[in-house]
Ligand binder design. Structure first.
Ligand code: MN3
Length: 197
């Protein structure tokens, strides 16, 4: 079994003007695809791992043979993180119901959550991800560096934002704050809520 690039359930231009079609296309067909390809290449050295789901690899990084552990962490993480991210994007999806209630209970209000999440994403130095995760049942905002995945730290990802420059540079250049603000217009809250269980 080899890992495959998942197709998106929407067109590249469907998040315009918040995330532009060109960025989406390059991000999916070049960046994400490269993670998938490099993960498959790494696993060729250990065929016994080829049938494992990427989650299983990432949950047990310490058990991955050392010669490919870094490749699995980077490219397996890249594959999982992007697959997760694509699923959570959609325009005009209001934050409501259980997910809104959980956010309000954890952060005081949606606005406080947005402020804290945005500040965390903005201040992440270098390349990485900002996340809303469940950590022992509590909602928390965290960051990971590079393509590290919260599931490797026994945390359950609820929402993730790619803050690598490749995710926004074509449209936003150095204005990461504007990209983060735009992201809040394209969060598929219905899908986010499904991650709570
Ligand atoms: Mn990316």
């Amino acid at each position: 079994m080899t890992h495959k690039l998942p197709s998106l359930h929407y067109s590249y231009d469907s998040l315009e003007p918040f995330i532009d079609a060109k960025t989406m296309e390059i991000h999916h067909t070049k960046h994400h695809k490269t993670y998938v390809d490099k993960l498959n290449t790494a696993l060729e050295k250990h065929p016994e791992l080829q049938d494992k789901a990427v989650e299983e690899l990432l949950e047990n990084l310490s058990e991955i043979p050392e010669d490919i552990r870094k490749a699995v962490r980077n490219h397996g993480g890249g594959h999982w993180n992007h697959s997760f991210f694509w699923r959570l994007l959609k325009k005009d999806s209001p934050c409501q119901g259980e997910i809104l209630e959980r956010i309000e209970n954890s952060f005081g209000s949606f606005e406080e959550f947005k402020k804290k999440f945005s500040g965390t994403a903005l201040n992440l130095f270098g390349s990485g991800w900002a996340w809303l995760v469940l950590n022992n049942g509590d909602l928390e905002i965290i960051t990971t560096s590079n393509q590290d995945c919260p599931i490797s730290e026994e945390k359950i990802p609820i929402l993730g934002l790619d803050v690598w420059e490749h995710a926004y540079y074509l449209k936003y250049q150095n204005k990461r704050a504007d990209y983060i603000e735009a992201f809040f217009h394209v969060i598929n809250w219905e899908e986010v809520e499904k991650n709570l269980i």
